[in-house]
Design a protein around this ligand. Structure first.
Ligand SMILES: NC(=O)c1ccc[n+]([C@@H]2O[C@H](COP(=O)([O-])OP(=O)(O)OC[C@H]3O[C@@H](n4cnc5c(N)ncnc54)[C@H](OP(=O)(O)O)[C@@H]3O)[C@@H](O)[C@H]2O)c1
Length: 317
């Protein structure tokens, strides 16, 4: 698995990252084993957030413990975390209160994350979602202060729109965008997000790259309406590709993302060591250009301009 540079940095990261939202109390031991297995297989990139787990923040604790217990040197791994989503008390229930990217909130959050992780610095610190009440200049300054103090190394953003990326980039150097991106969520391709990241030389970190296991064929959609039918239909149409390439559906979905240029990195969420091993193997899959576009058509559910329809494709085969 060839490591790649993240954004404009010289930092080499694995082309697949471990998504630590799956590190929860109920699966603590299994999750720690997955963290260690990921590292053994060449993953050095771990993504977490201050709000992951119940009680909130416990995923940071489990991640830090897992790395220490596996005797993984701090400098060998690249740790990304996030701040800015405020809940009513940092408890289990989803009780959204506000977004906060004020300087004071960011600095306090960073201290708390460092403590939970048991680390002296975070490699990539990401405002989790845009806060309309804080000017990006204030957020950027706070992040630059943290950099100057050695508490964070690089700045990324999460769930920012193209114009929001441009706004914060006017005040600080941003290395990556974290965004929902999978064959069942193509927004970054269709809204100019990917192009904006290319313009700014930012990497793209894809959250829910397996659409929460739907793209592995394991679970069906959480919806029971037209979305479920669409998702099941996409998965069914991808099966022949997985069979032909001799890979699993999940591997195909991850490889499809990794073929995009400019450092598009899936954040694979799993507490299962075998599942992270399966994901890592996807980094070596080569998809033919024609097949990639056939899959794009299937994912879109409509032809590319001047392209074939999925129906025509299936009929031909
Ligand atoms: N910035 C944001 O707003 C945001 C939002 C959501 C997520 N994220 C980041 O993205 C990461 C991943 O997101 P996610 O967990 O929502 O979605 P995901 O990676 O698309 O899916 C995770 C689910 O897929 C299952 N899975 C993984 N590999 C599998 C395999 N080979 N076969 C069958 N099932 C498999 C996992 O279960 P097992 O544990 O059983 O493998 C888990 O239920 C998170 O950990 C987090 O770092 C960021």
């Amino acid at each position: 698995m060839q490591h790649i540079k993240l954004g404009k940095t010289d930092q080499l990261v694995s082309p697949i990252a471990y998504g630590a939202m799956s590190l929860v109390v109920d699966r603590r031991a299994e999750g720690k084993a997955a963290v260690a297995r990921a590292y053994e297989l060449g993953v050095n990139f771990y993504d977490v957030a201050d709000v992951y787990g119940a009680p909130r923040g416990v995923s940071e604790e489990i991640l830090g413990d897992a790395l220490r217990e596996a005797s993984i040197p701090r400098e060998d791994v690249f740790i990304a975390s996030k701040c800015g989503i405020v809940f009513q008390g940092m408890v289990e229930a989803y009780e959204f209160k506000a977004y906060d990217l004020s300087a004071r909130y960011i600095k306090e959050s960073c201290e708390k994350s460092l403590k939970r992780l048991g680390m002296e610095y975070i490699d990539l610190y990401q405002p989790h979602r845009i806060d309309y009440l804080t000017h990006p200049e204030e957020t950027a300054r706070a992040l630059d202060d943290l950099k100057a103090e050695g508490k964070i190394r690089h700045v990324g953003v999460s769930n920012f729109a193209p114009d929001e990326i441009r706004a914060i980039s006017a005040y600080t150097r941003v290395e990556s965008l974290q965004t929902q991106f999978s064959m069942l969520h193509l927004e970054p391709l269709e809204t100019g997000l990917m192009a904006t990241c290319q313009e700014k030389k930012m990497g793209i970190l894809c959250w829910s790259p397996l659409h929460k296991a739907v793209l592995t064929g394991r679970s069906t959609s959480s919806h029971s309406d037209w979305r479920a039918q669409r998702e099941d239909g996409v998965v069914a149409q991808l099966r022949p590709f997985a069979e032909r390439y001799g890979v699993t559906l999940g591997q195909l979905a991850l490889a499809w993302l990794m073929h995009l240029p400019g450092g598009v990195i899936p954040l694979v969420g799993t507490a299962n060591p075998d599942h992270i091993a399966e994901a890592v193997a996807a980094a070596d899959i080569q998809i033919e250009r024609d097949d990639w576009y056939e899959m794009m058509v299937i994912a879109r559910g409509r032809p590319m301009p001047w392209g074939q329809t999925p129906y025509a494709y299936l009929k031909e085969r």
